[in-house]
Design a protein around this ligand. Structure first.
Ligand code: MN
Length: 428
C-alpha cells in the first residue's frame, strides 16, 4: 500500500498567499518553467502567485537531504527524469520544499539573496508541458456523459451500450498534439457529411467542442507483460491535471465507425501546466458512485477511489471583456475510478511509461448545467447558450477562449489545479 505524505490542515506558509489561491502550502504541485532572464527550463513547485525555483534551492545547498537528487534532474525540460528516480526522491523534494516555506522555518525567509532569487512570479514565467508524453489514452468513464451521448445519437430508451457497465471504455489518443495551457489551437479541417448529403466534403469543422476532463499522469514504468492490480495503481499515478480533450463532432461522427475516434480528436488536446500530486489530494478522497452491475474481480476495489474536485468551464468570445461560466461539475461523479482505468489498461500486459497522460473522459454531472461539453450543454444544438455580446453558441467559434478550472477545498485549505486556457484560431 502507498503511504501518502501531507501537511496538516493548520500548516501555513510564511509567504503571503492570496485568499482562494489554488496553490496553498498543502498543494505544491510540480511543473516545468523558464523565465526571460533564465531561459533553461527547470522544475518548479507552485505556491501562491509564485513558482519556487528548485534549481536555485539546489544550488544554494538547501536540498542536500533529498535522496537521489541531482542538478540534472532539476534543470530539465520535463519531469520524467525526476520521476524516474522514484517516489522517495520526488516525495522528499516536495516535503523539503514544504518545510522551507512553512511558517517557523527561516532558512529561506531570512536569506535575502536566496529569497529574492528562489521565487518567480507565475505571471512572468513561461510554463511548459510538465512531462514528455509517450502515451495518451482517453477514457469514457462518466455514466452521465455516455448516457447523454447515447441518447442523442442512438436510443434514448437504451443509451448505454451493453459493454459500458463492464469495461472502462477508452481509446489510444495522440500524444504529439498535446499542448500546454495558453497555446492557441487552429480549427481543424476534415471530411464532413450530414445524413442528407450524398457524399462528404472537406472543410473546417462546424462543430468544434471542448471536453472537460481530468488526466492522471503516471510516475512509474511497467514492463511489457506486467499488469497493475487495482490495489497498486496509486504507486503508479504521480498526480492529476486538467485536460481539455478538443473534439470536432462532425468529423468524428462521419469517421468513427468502425474503429472509433481518429482525426476528430487528434488535432489538439490541452493540458494544464501543474501536476497536483496524489499526496496533496489524499484529504479529499471520497467514494465514487455506486457501481450498479458487479464488475469482474480484476476491476474490484476497496475503499474510496475518487476525489472531491470541483470543476468549471468558462467561455469568452473575442468581443467579451470577461468570460462567463457555462459548466460547474465535480470529478467525484465519474463512474469508473482511475484505479479501474489503469488496472484495465494494463490487464492485457501493455506497458506504461513515465509521464503518460490518461484522460478521464468528459466529466458530466447529473444536472444540465453540469455537462462537460457543448454537445451536451446545448443538447446537439437545440439549446444554444446566449453570450453577453449578443451572440449565441452551439459549439466553439473562432476567437473564442475556453478556460477550465478545478480545485478541492476543505477545512479552509484549497488544493487547486490553476487553469487550462485555450483560444481558437480560424482554420489555416
Ligand atoms: Mn474525451
Amino acid at each position: 500500500m502507498q503511504t501518502f505524505t501531507n501537511l496538516p490542515w493548520t500548516a501555513r506558509s510564511w509567504l503571503e498567499i492570496p485568499v482562494n489561491s489554488d496553490f496553498s502550502i498543502q498543494n505544491l504541485p510540480f511543473g516545468i518553467f523558464s523565465t526571460s532572464e533564465a531561459r533553461q527550463p527547470r522544475v518548479g513547485l507552485a505556491l501562491g502567485e509564485f513558482i519556487i525555483d528548485t534549481a536555485v534551492l539546489f544550488d544554494a545547498g538547501m536540498l542536500a537531504q533529498v535522496p537521489g537528487l541531482s542538478r540534472e534532474l532539476l534543470y530539465a525540460n520535463s519531469l520524467n527524469s525526476l520521476l524516474s528516480t522514484g517516489v522517495s526522491t520526488w516525495r522528499a523534494l516536495r516535503v523539503r520544499v514544504a518545510e522551507l516555506f512553512t511558517q517557523g522555518n527561516n532558512d529561506v525567509l531570512k536569506n535575502a539573496d536566496l529569497h529574492a532569487r528562489v521565487l518567480v512570479k507565475q505571471s512572468q514565467a513561461q510554463l511548459y508541458l510538465p512531462t514528455k508524453v509517450s502515451n495518451y489514452v482517453d477514457f469514457y468513464s462518466s455514466r452521465e456523459h455516455a448516457t447523454n451521448v447515447g441518447a442523442m445519437f442512438r436510443d434514448p430508451q437504451n443509451p448505454l451500450l451493453p459493454n459500458w457497465l463492464h469495461i472502462p471504455i477508452g481509446y489510444n489518443g495522440r500524444s504529439s498534439s498535446i499542448v500546454p495551457s495558453g497555446v492557441a489551437i487552429q480549427r481543424p479541417q476534415g471530411q464532413l457529411k450530414n445524413d442528407a448529403d450524398p457524399a462528404p466534403t472537406f472543410g473546417p469543422t462546424r462543430q468544434l467542442d471542448f471536453e472537460l476532463e481530468m488526466a492522471f499522469i503516471t510516475g512509474k514504468q511497467t514492463q511489457l507483460g506486467e499488469r497493475i492490480p487495482t490495489s497498486a495503481t496509486d504507486e503508479h499515478i504521480f498526480g492529476l491535471a486538467l485536460l481539455n480533450d478538443w473534439s470536432a463532432r462532425d468529423i468524428q461522427r462521419w469517421e468513427y465507425v468502425p474503429l472509433g475516434p481518429f482525426l476528430g480528436k487528434t488535432f489538439a488536446t490541452s493540458l494544464s501546466p501543474w501536476i497536483v500530486t496524489l499526496d496533496a489530494l489524499q484529504p479529499f478522497r471520497v467514494e465514487g458512485p455506486e457501481q450498479t452491475v458487479p464488475v469482474l474481480p480484476y476491476l474490484q476495489t476497496h475503499g474510496p477511489q475518487t476525489y472531491d474536485i470541483q470543476l468549471e468551464v468558462w467561455l469568452q468570445s473575442a468581443r467579451m471583456n470577461e468570460p462567463i461560466k457555462v459548466c460547474h461539475t465535480n470529478f467525484r461523479h465519474m463512474y469508473w475510478s482511475m484505479a479501474q482505468q489503469l488496472a484495465h489498461m494494463t490487464s492485457n500486459g501493455t506497458n506504461i511509461d513515465i509521464g503518460d497522460v490518461y484522460g478521464s473522459g468528459t466529466i458530466s454531472g447529473p444536472t444540465p448545467d453540469s455537462y462537460g461539453s457543448m454537445l451536451e450543454l446545448c443538447w446537439k444544438g437545440t439549446k444554444p447558450i446566449d453570450l453577453p455580446d449578443g451572440s449565441q453558441r452551439k459549439f466553439i467559434e473562432d476567437g473564442d477562449t475556453v478556460i477550465m478550472k478545478g480545485w478541492a477545498q476543505k477545512n479552509g485549505v484549497r488544493v487547486g489545479f490553476g487553469e487550462v486556457r485555450t483560444s481558437v484560431l480560424a482554420a489555416n
